[in-house]
Design a protein around this ligand. Sequence first.
Ligand code: AMP
Length: 218
Amino acid sequence: MKLVLLGPPGAGKGTQSVVLAKKYGIPHISTGDILRESVKTGQPLGIKAKEYMDKGELVPDQVVTGIVAERLKSSDTKNGFILDGFPRTIIQAMELDKALKCIESGIDIVVYFATSTDVAIERLTGRRVCKDCGFNYHIKNIPPKKEGICDKCGGVLFQRNDDNEATVRNRLKVYDDQTKPLIDYYNKQGILKKVSGDMSVNELFEVLSKLFKDARVT
Ligand code: AMP
C-alpha cells in the first residue's frame, strides 16, 4: 500500500502513521522526522533546514524531494510506504509522481485529514515529546504519569521549537497557502479520501482500517 497522509499540522498524521505502519508492516516516512534528525546530529542539511523549521516555513522543495527520492530507493519500501508531511507543495507532488512513474508505480490512496483550526492549535501547543525515544504526549489528552518524564523510557519531555502558538499559526497559514491546493490535485487524480482529523486516535484508526479494506489496497 502506497499511502500519502495529507492535512494540516496537528491533524494526527504522525500518530496514525505509527500505528498504521505497524499494522501493515510498511515504513512510516516523515520528512519532518528526517529533517529534525539532521538538525539533532548537526548535519549540513539540518543546519540549512533549521532556520525554516523554527519559523514554521517550508524547507525548499529541492531539498525535501531529494531526501524522499533517496528514501524511496530503500528495499523496505518494496511493499509500500506511508508518507507523512510530504508532499507539501504542488511541485513536491509532481516530483513524487515522476519518481514513482519511473518505477512504474504510483500512490494508491491519499487520505485527507480535515481538521478544525482550534483542534490543531490545541493539539500542537500542548504536545510534548520525549527527547530520548521521541514518543509524543499531550499535556491534557495524553499526559505522562509523571509530569515532564516519559512513561516508556524515563527520558525528559520537551516542547518542539515550532510548537509555540505564534509559529503554529504560521505553520497553519503556510499549510493553507501552499499545501491545501494538493486536495484538488489528488481529487482530480481520483485517489483522494477525506476523513475527519478531529476524531480520537482510536476512532480514526478504525475509520482508516475500514477505508483501506474497502478500497482493497492492503
Ligand atoms: P512536521 O513535523 O511534518 O510538522 O514538519 C516540521 C517542519 O519541517 C515543517 O514546518 C517544515 O519546516 C519542515 N518540513 C517537513 N516536511 C516538509 C516538506 N515536505 N516540505 C517542506 N518542509 C517540510
